[in-house]
Design a protein around this ligand. Structure first.
Ligand SMILES: [Zn+2]
Length: 237
């Protein structure tokens, strides 16, 4: 009898240990890794007319694709509960000064810096397209604000998901945003910069122009940002 009672007690105890471990283990997995919770996102579509950014051989301009992806991201992150601030919402830059294209570009960048500084608690997601001197180089690459752990963690996860789900032959890994990029040199916000692909590569260009791939990229970013910053999926679960 005593043996049975002891066995029964032991079983109850081990069941309790299993339940405790599973429950708190899972809770731990689904907790954001950093206490960097913010509900504000700055979505920065790179460039804007008269500065179209990089231009593909077929005349596609970078600023148009940047805006298309930024708009999708805005829809997804707004639906997930974030307050989103887009640095530009149409094809034009946000310059307020300058006669020459260069002067307009300087004014535009300074205005973007001002938006980020005014919202220093916001996480910045900047969207750009890449180019290279040879047509073989391809694939998305995510950069992060140097010295920011949460930015690096988000960049790594976005890169991992894009490579895994959409670009199995993409060997690119995350890198810090180069220190000479004016916008990021002048702001302290946690940030990532997604170079979504190469306008100089035929396959990348085809994908970047497709609504489906634009959606895939936006979704990859939105899912990771939502999960890491507010600890839920993009549907709020
Ligand atoms: Zn660019």
């Amino acid at each position: 009898m005593k043996t049975h009672a002891a066995l029964f007690t032991a079983s109850i105890l081990s069941a309790a240990v299993v339940i405790f471990t599973v429950f708190f283990g899972l809770k731990n997995i689904y907790r954001p890794a950093f206490n960097a919770s913010t509900h504000k996102i700055i979505i920065d579509a790179g460039h804007g007319l008269p500065d179209g950014g990089a231009v593909a051989a077929d005349g596609t301009i970078e600023s148009d694709i940047n805006l298309a992806i930024a708009r999708l991201l805005n829809d997804m992150l707004t639906a997930a509960g974030f307050e989103c601030i887009m640095t530009r919402t149409d094809e034009n830059s946000i310059c307020t000064d300058g006669g020459t294209i260069h002067a307009k570009k300087v004014s535009d960048t300074k205005n973007r810096v001002a938006i980020a500084r005014k919202n220093s608690d916001a996480f910045v997601v900047s969207i750009h397209m890449n180019t290279y001197t040879t047509p073989d180089v391809h694939g998305s690459q995510v950069f992060y604000k140097s010295g920011s752990d949460i930015s690096k963690e988000i960049a790594e996860e976005v890169q991992r998901i894009i490579n895994l789900k959409y670009q199995p032959d993409n060997k690119k890994t995350v890198k810090p945003i180069p220190s000479n990029v004016y916008l990021f040199k002048n702001i302290s916000n946690n940030s990532i910069l997604a170079e979504c692909g190469f306008l100089t590569n035929e396959d990348d260009l085809k994908k970047l122009k497709s609504a489906e791939f634009q959606q895939d990229i936006a979704k990859s970013i939105a899912e990771v940002v939502t999960f890491k910053l507010i600890g839920s999926d993009i549907n709020g679960n």
